[in-house]
Design a binder for this molecule. Structure first.
Ligand code: HEM
Length: 215
């Protein structure tokens, strides 16, 4: 799922623990797991991963179905598009929270069984997912400000800061559509590799992001 995710390690980054004693510095992300390293993501990281991931999936499906739900020129169109814009802006806020969280918390180290190129590929894939998560709602937001329709956020008209310029709208809407397609492809790859970890490699990578009551 929107492994779309990037979680955090169990151990705070601060190398001084609650008792004031110095702890060994955590390994740099992308390094293999050292003995004694935390194995799993924290509860907060898991909740952020699955909540935002599932919401993003729903929003992507909603976006691709816009023309079927409310074809252009029909009375329902404006309301449905504004619902998509409103959900998208809420998601943008959640994504910013998630990125800030990820910035402050490192993920657990990779299992030592993962090769260097696998770790690098996973890191690049996750960065690309984060990039799409930001570009997708931002491009939709910017595009909408260069359209006479603007944005109604759950019924409240937001101040538009751009003039009605169809060429600029088309440019940013094009970025929105292409990013949605890239994001969908990345998510498919993300899920395929997550399932490979679970069913082929049996290396614990899937289990550490899977929700469990006791963490
Ligand atoms: C993470 C959040 C978002 C996702 C995943 C998303 C996804 C999508 C997808 C998949 C489409 C259909 C693309 C196509 O036609 O093939 C779409 C269309 C659209 N989105 Fe978003 N979107 C998001 C946020 C936003 C935001 C924040 C806005 C504006 C404030 C917005 C405005 C639009 C508009 C106006 C269209 C229709 C474009 C058209 O057909 O003319 N989206 N979106």
């Amino acid at each position: 799922m929107p492994h779309i995710t990037a979680p955090q390690r169990n151990t705070p980054i601060d190398p001084i623990d609650a008792s004031g004693a110095a702890r060994p510095a955590p390994p740099a992300p992308g390094k293999p797991q050292a003995p004694g390293e935390p194995l799993s993501y924290t509860r907060t990281a898991v909740v952020l991963h699955w909540a935002i991931g599932l919401a993003l999936l729903a929003q992507i499906v909603f976006g691709f179905l816009l023309d079927d739900i409310a074809p252009r020129g029909t009375p329902a169109r404006a309301g449905v598009i504004n619902l998509h814009k409103s959900f998208g802006l809420v998601l943008l806020a959640l994504i910013v929270v998630r990125l800030l969280w990820r910035w402050r918390h490192r993920p657990p180290a990779w299992p030592a069984a993962m090769s260097a190129w696998q770790r690098r590929a996973a890191m690049l894939g996750h960065r690309a997912l984060y990039a799409c998560m930001l570009v997708l709602p931002l491009s939709g937001y910017v595009a909408s400000n260069f359209s006479k329709h603007g944005i109604r956020f759950f019924g409240i008209k937001l101040p538009a800061w751009g003039p009605d310029i169809p060429a600029v709208y088309d440019l940013f809407n094009g970025v929105h559509v292409v990013t949605a397609l890239c994001f969908t492809a990345l998510i498919v790859g993300h899920v395929v590799f997550a399932l490979k970890h679970a069913w082929v490699d049996h290396d614990g990578v899937f289990a550490r992001i899977w929700p469990r009551l006791a963490r």
